[in-house]
Design a protein around this ligand. Structure first.
Ligand code: UD1
Ligand code: MG
Length: 450
């Protein structure tokens, strides 16, 4: 059975108090909407439709960035969840399988939950995802009769008895496309909010004699984010899970609570992560590496046996080969660091490649930017860069070359050559002592005058 996803993401998210549309706020550095898209992706959907409204252009860009095949439709006015799903009608023209409706602000949905919903679809026309709420608050209540879901009552419209029900509506559902759009066409807005409620499709379906049921999941999966506090709490839950997974996979986290991970962080077995390390998006670390304290990594790859930090920054495009060493106060951007190469202290390497076993001295800087354009620095294998060398790009240094300390390299250096570019030193005998005498005398005269 082919499936299509419809992800509702038009809401304003007033309580976020933000210019950014709610669904684009990140959890573990990935927008909530993308979490929802990834959760839905396990169904290998034939079509994915995102219903956008507030901040639609930004939502569109984020959705297409994750899946260029997705369709983003606009819900100009937010007239309710049924009206929102109805906006996907044209985009699903000709689609004959099942539609699964998700919310863009519930990032914790687990893949097997969606699979269980589709399994229940084999025996029921419409399947709703419900959960036992610890505090049912303002959720819609699921009115069950045995296995059959009879209606969903919104809190605002519920009687006292109905409000006592704890089995609540998550908002997610699965239904055949044609059936669903038929049901939605019959939904009205005669209720306490004057909205077109998607939940009304349940009662309409039952009246038509269709089989409707609810599948349950734990409440954590349906957790919605409505405020910055919810966002922080959701991120904390995510972090806790991700750290536990890494520990299970054989990664050492010396102080797990201080390591901040991104949703896509990949770390190999027997890698050691010291305290206070931040992983931005797009980081892969192979097995047996060491990431020392207070390092910040994003968009980079660290190979087996490499050591990073303490206090190192790896920016997008940093590629460390096996056993490379990046030390304290070193920044690497868009650069390949060869096998066994060392960049140990106070250095900026940007738009560069460094060959195997080269050693970059303290205070080295690749001057990669001329104020208008970026240029590359290419350093061969077994090169020795003296401390405080400025490499003015574009520039190439051949294998086995060396630069003298303090050199400003502006021309290519041939293999095995030594580049020296600094003023010659001159020593003036006795001159220091005379200078000291003169200065001390001057100070003494001044003190006498005052
Ligand atoms: C909805 C359900 C309620 C359920 C709860 C779970 C309805 C009528 N009610 O209520 O039974 O317990 O979710 O969280 O469905 N949206 C749009 N366009 C709209 C309206 C909403 O895209 O016109 C989107 C929102 O951005 C959000 C989702 O749909 O992602 C749910 O809308 P929301 O207003 O939060 O519904 P609730 O009142 O919470
Ligand atoms: Mg809500």
């Amino acid at each position: 059975m082919s499936t299509a996803l419809v992800i509702l993401a038009a809401g304003k998210g007033t309580r976020m108090n933000s210019e950014l549309p709610k669904v684009l706020h990140p959890i573990a550095q990935v927008p909530m909407l993308v979490h929802a898209m990834r959760a839905g992706a396990v169904l290998e959907p034939e079509r994915t439709v995102i219903v956008a409204g507030h901040g639609a252009e930004a939502v569109r860009a984020a959705a297409l960035d994750e899946d260029e095949g997705a369709t983003v439709v606009l819900q100009e006015e937010q007239l309710g969840t049924a009206h929102a799903v109805d906006q996907a009608r044209a985009a699903l023209e000709g689609f004959e399988g099942d539609v699964v409706v998700l919310y863009g602000d519930t990032p914790f949905l687990q893949p097997d939950t969606l699979e269980r919903m589709l399994a229940a679809r084999k025996t029921h026309d419409l399947v709703i995802l419900g959960f036992e709420a610890a505090d049912p608050a303002r959720y819609g209540r699921l009115v069950m009769q045995g296995d059959s879901l009879e209606r969903i009552v919104e809190f605002k419209d519920a009687t006292e008895t109905e409000r006592a029900i704890r089995f609540c509506n998550s908002g997610l559902l699965a239904c055949n496309a044609e059936t669903l759009f038929g049901l939605i066409a019959a939904v009205g807005n005669d209720n306490a909010s004057g909205e077109y409620y998607l939940t009304d499709v349940v009662e309409i379906a039952r009246k038509q004699g269709l089989a409707v049921t609810a599948v349950a999941c734990d409440e954590a999966q349906t957790l919605g984010v409505n405020s910055r506090a919810d966002l922080a709490a959701a991120d904390a839950i995510f972090q806790e899970r991700a750290r536990a997974e890494l520990l299970d996979l054989g990664v050492t986290l010396m102080a797990p609570d201080t390591v901040y991970l991104a949703a896509d962080t990949v770390i190999g077995r027997d890698t050691v992560i010291e305290p206070n390390v931040v992983f931005g998006p797009g980081v892969t670390v192979e097995s047996g590496a060491t990431i020392r304290a207070f390092s910040h990594l994003e968009g980079c790859h660290v190979s087996q046996g490499a050591v990073v930090g303490p206090y190192a920054r790896l920016r997008p495009g940093a590629e460390l080969a096996e056993n490379a060493r990046i030390g304290n106060f070193v920044e690497i951007k868009n650069a390949e660091i060869g096998e066994g190469a060392k960049v140990n202290h106070l250095t900026y390497i940007g738009d560069a490649s460094i060959g195997a076993n080269s050693n970059i001295g303290a205070g080295t800087i690749t001057c990669n930017y001329d104020g208008v354009m970026k240029h590359r620095t290419t350093i061969g294998a077994n090169v020795f860069i003296g401390s405080n060398t400025m490499l003015v790009a574009p520039v190439t240094l051949g294998d086995g070359a060396m630069t003298a300390t303090g050199t400003v390299v502006t021309r290519d250096v041939e293999p095995d050559a030594l580049a020296v570019a600094r003023t010659k030193q001159e020593n003036k005998p006795d001159r220091a002592r005379k200078l000291f005498d003169m200065l001390r005398a001057k100070k003494a005269r001044k003190q006498k005058d005052t």
